[in-house]
Design a protein around this ligand. Structure first.
Ligand SMILES: *[C@@H]1O[C@H](CO)[C@@H](O)[C@H](O)[C@H]1NC(C)=O
Ligand SMILES: *[C@@H]1O[C@H](CO)[C@@H](O)[C@H](O)[C@H]1NC(C)=O
Ligand SMILES: *[C@@H]1O[C@H](CO)[C@@H](O)[C@H](O)[C@H]1NC(C)=O
Ligand SMILES: *[C@@H]1O[C@H](CO)[C@@H](O)[C@H](O)[C@H]1NC(C)=O
Ligand SMILES: *[C@@H]1O[C@H](CO)[C@@H](O)[C@H](O)[C@H]1NC(C)=O
Ligand SMILES: *[C@@H]1O[C@H](CO)[C@@H](O)[C@H](O)[C@H]1NC(C)=O
Ligand SMILES: *[C@@H]1O[C@H](CO)[C@@H](O)[C@H](O)[C@H]1NC(C)=O
Ligand SMILES: *[C@@H]1O[C@H](CO)[C@@H](O)[C@H](O)[C@H]1NC(C)=O
Ligand SMILES: *[C@@H]1O[C@H](CO)[C@@H](O)[C@H](O)[C@H]1NC(C)=O
Ligand SMILES: *[C@@H]1O[C@H](CO)[C@@H](O)[C@H](O)[C@H]1NC(C)=O
Ligand SMILES: *[C@@H]1O[C@H](CO)[C@@H](O)[C@H](O)[C@H]1NC(C)=O
Ligand SMILES: *[C@@H]1O[C@H](CO)[C@@H](O)[C@H](O)[C@H]1NC(C)=O
Ligand SMILES: [Zn+2]
Length: 315
């Protein structure tokens, strides 16, 4: 069993390797292997008690002023997106070395290794993993970061309860009738026709950065909770950061994901509804709201004026 799991892991980690050894199967699209079965087929972690994704209840998020800004290294590097691949479960982009993050109440620096996406069936059938106040978004982008000390060894990272820092970016349809926007997303989605079959991969030309893809998101505002990987083995090793602002992408580009890439070959179904269902709630924290800090500011101003009035003998 251990060996089979390891074989599957090796397959998942090494791009281009033909995975005859992958005997541990999971999927999104068939009753025999979809997420309702994972707790049984991957009982070690998928049946755990801090599983992801969750529904985030914004009004229940506890204020924590330790949730400061992140430092993003090389997120503006237009050569960092290196290889895009159809992994049979998602579309994944591997990042070059030197892309890393720190801050945001994380204990140390983490390397950004890859990002991948989750989606539904076109922009009208949403497929984000996290939901906010019960709302599911059209898509979700995940950046997978592992503690820099593990040097990209994801096995070591997934054995550490804080070994992985995952970023979740919710994606919404851009308002209006725009097409092919934002430009960076047009560029990214232009590669989908090159990876229509499972196992396909193609290198990406320099041109777009992570910052370009994360356009419109104020990355100082986010939710934080402790959870898991959302795919087997569902390791409970993830510090989750879900950003409050969404990325706005035009409908035509969102629709390309569910109409271009296949689960296996071109006669297999399109990859759709690539998300795990909602797991039991966890304690979520967030930055103290600006209204409460506005209140504090206002309150202090009143106190100061009162003090001043008293000092001046105003009565
Ligand atoms: C997942 O499997 C369960 C039964 O195991 C079934 O009820 C459900 O419809 C399936 N969902 C999908 C998307 O295949
Ligand atoms: C999952 O965990 C629950 C509660 O701990 C337990 O009742 C159930 O039998 C477990 N299921 C599997 C498949 O291990
Ligand atoms: C904030 O960080 C300080 C210093 O690490 C720690 O003592 C405190 O418990 C943290 N507060 C919260 C709410 O986590
Ligand atoms: C940008 O990223 C590439 C690939 O990781 C790296 O080779 C290059 O040195 C980086 N550029 C800078 C300015 O750090
Ligand atoms: C993070 O990336 C920067 C720029 O590539 C690099 O100088 C720094 O050493 C990296 N930090 C760690 C902890 O790897
Ligand atoms: C996905 O959407 C397409 C186009 O609207 C539709 O033909 C197809 O039946 C949908 N697939 C599922 C599984 O709902
Ligand atoms: C990850 O680290 C473990 C333990 O040190 C080691 O056995 C394994 O070979 C490493 N994996 C990779 C891909 O380097
Ligand atoms: C979008 O296109 C439709 C049909 O062409 C038009 O009726 C509508 O006014 C357009 N909306 C915007 C915001 O441009
Ligand atoms: C991707 O496929 C298109 C045809 O669909 C082709 O023109 C282009 O060269 C391919 N790009 C790469 C990077 O292989
Ligand atoms: C889009 O991608 C192509 C390679 O396919 C690259 O040459 C080009 O510079 C990119 N354009 C932009 C605007 O990012
Ligand atoms: C991001 O949000 C913070 C907190 O609300 C705000 O102070 C800051 O000005 C915002 N930054 C941008 C670029 O809008
Ligand atoms: C495509 O994959 C299916 C299984 O998903 C297989 O039965 C079929 O033979 C394959 N077709 C081709 C042309 O490779
Ligand atoms: Zn994911």
């Amino acid at each position: 069993m251990k060996c089979l799991v390891l074989a599957a892991l090796v397959c998942a980690l090494i791009p281009g390797v033909h995975c005859v050894a992958e005997t541990v199967e999971w999927c999104y699209d068939a009753p025999a292997c979809n997420d309702t079965t994972w707790a049984v087929t991957f009982p070690a972690f998928c049946n755990g008690t801090r599983q992801s994704p969750i529904n985030i209840v914004s009004a229940s998020a506890k204020p924590n002023s330790n949730l400061t800004a992140f430092t993003f290294q090389n997120y503006n590097n237009k050569s960092a997106l290196q290889l895009i691949q159809n992994t049979h479960h998602t579309v994944r982009v591997s990042l070059g070395s030197g892309v890393n993050i720190s801050g945001g109440d994380l204990s140390e620096s983490y390397d950004s290794l890859q990002f991948h996406l989750h989606w539904g069936n076109g922009s009208s059938v949403p497929g984000s993993e996290h939901t906010v106040d019960g709302k599911r978004f059209p898509m979700e982008l995940h950046i997978v970061n592992t503690k820099s000390r593990y040097n990209g060894n994801t096995t070591l990272a997934s054995e550490d309860p804080n070994g992985i820092a995952a970023f979740g970016f919710l994606i919404e349809v851009m308002p209006g009738n725009a097409t092919g926007q934002p430009e960076a997303w047009r560029n990214l989605t232009s590669y989908l026709t090159n990876i229509t079959n499972s196992g396909d991969s193609v290198s990406m030309a320099p041109g777009i950065s992570l910052d370009d893809l994360l356009v419109g998101v104020n990355r100082t505002k986010y939710y934080r909770y402790l959870g898991s990987l959302t795919t087997p083995d569902c390791n409970e090793a993830v510090v989750w950061t879900v950003f409050k602002d969404s990325i706005k992408v035009s409908k035509d580009l969102i629709d390309l994901f569910s109409t271009t890439v296949h689960v296996s070959n071109s006669s297999s179904p399109f990859m759709i509804n690539t998300y795990r269902s909602i797991q039991p709630a966890q304690q979520v924290t967030t930055q103290p709201s600006s209204s409460s800090s506005a209140f504090t500011t206002c309150y202090s101003l009143v106190l100061m004026s009162l003090g001043l009035a008293l000092a001046l003998g105003w009565n």
